[in-house]
Design a protein. Sequence first.
Length: 127
Amino acid sequence: MRGSQYSPEQSVLFRADYGRFDKVNPPITVNLELLSWVCETLDGRDSPGSSVSKREVEAGQTVAGLLGNLAAENPRFGRSVFDIPLRQLNENVCVLLNGNLLDLAGGLETTLNDGDSVVLVPFIQGG
């Protein structure tokens, strides 16, 4: 984006300058679904659940960028789900992009498209 205050290394952050999108590249909308304890990290619930929302992101945004935005907006999400400096997903969470495991679909650097569905699913452990 022209005039952006962020360097390419910081492109994980939402570069829409406080909610204003570049007129040349209008925003796209993605569907975001959070399951179980991942949902708790964003909405402050005391018990697990699920959350479905639509999010506007800059055209050309990657999955890592979306997760970085969420982590920047909510430090609890950043501590529990996505580490911004490392650009790394917590090992106990997997991402589905349009129903496919993200690792098989291209990884965190996969570019999002309008209407994509991103689901964050925690692994269940126990015995």
